[in-house]
Design a binder for this molecule. Structure first.
Ligand SMILES: *Cc1c(COP(=O)(O)O)cnc(C)c1O
Length: 220
């Protein structure tokens, strides 16, 4: 076991406010690194691709919650609902419908987050801010899908301070959806912020931060 890595992650986690959950964004990392993160106290492991998660899940027996943080392709839904405990990237009714159908036959309910395209960028994944309410309301038709919150990336920028307005907007949408008190919809997870921006995201209300570099070091 990599004790140096475990110690680094432990001391990193010690500085994170209590109400915030750290998710290890584990793409390209080894099973050994992911295991170290769990031993250090990380409880959520995020993967961008179904296939990579599948490969890792068979190697990691430690208990953790597995999240999908990359875009879900229609032809991967079946595997995704078997593998993941939560899918953070739902941005269309058709994806939710497909998850619902697969979960129905497995007799399970899939927790999801709605991915918000907070910068309203064409060609990017996520639902536009003005369409979040409509999507949330339509997904309530699917009892095998349960909305637990929102996720956003925000437009790419090498100055993380520039992301603040997008995090703030996503938090506003989150509070707004919560105020609607829609039956079957909970707003309890707000997933925003990566290694360079998590401190700003937390200031703006994130309670789940997705971190790769700060936990494991730069990717090769
Ligand atoms: C890789 C990734 C992260 C974490 O990136 P770092 O900059 O290494 O912290 C967070 N979210 C998503 C969706 C990612 O793909």
């Amino acid at each position: 076991m990599n004790t140096e890595l475990i110690q680094h992650i432990q001391s990193f986690l010690a500085d994170i406010p209590e109400q915030v959950t750290v998710e290890a964004a584990a793409k390209t990392r080894t099973a050994e690194q992911v295991r170290a993160a769990i031993h250090a106290g990380v409880t959520v492991i995020g993967y961008n691709y179904v296939q990579e998660a599948e490969k890792m899940r068979s190697q990691i027996t430690e208990k953790a919650s597995w999240h999908l943080i990359g875009h879900l392709q229609k032809n991967k839904v079946k595997r995704a609902v078997e593998l993941f405990d939560l899918i953070e990237t739902i941005d269309s009714l058709s994806l939710a419908a497909s998850i619902h159908l697969h979960c129905q036959s497995l007799q399970k309910v899939m927790p999801i987050l709605i991915e918000v395209n907070s910068g309203a960028e064409p060609n990017k994944t996520g639902v536009y801010p003005e369409h979040v309410e409509r999507l949330v309301r339509s997904i309530t038709d699917f009892p095998h899908v349960r909305i637990l919150g929102l996720m956003t990336m925000g437009p790419w920028n090498d100055d993380p301070e520039q992301l603040r307005p997008y995090f703030r907007l996503t938090k506003e949408i989150y509070e707004y959806i919560r105020s609607l008190k829609i039956t079957g919809v909970e707003m309890k997870i707000l997933s925003m912020g990566m290694s360079d921006s998590y401190h700003i995201a937390i200031e703006e209300g994130a309670n789940l931060v997705r971190l790769g570099t700060c936990l494991f070091g730069p990717r090769q």
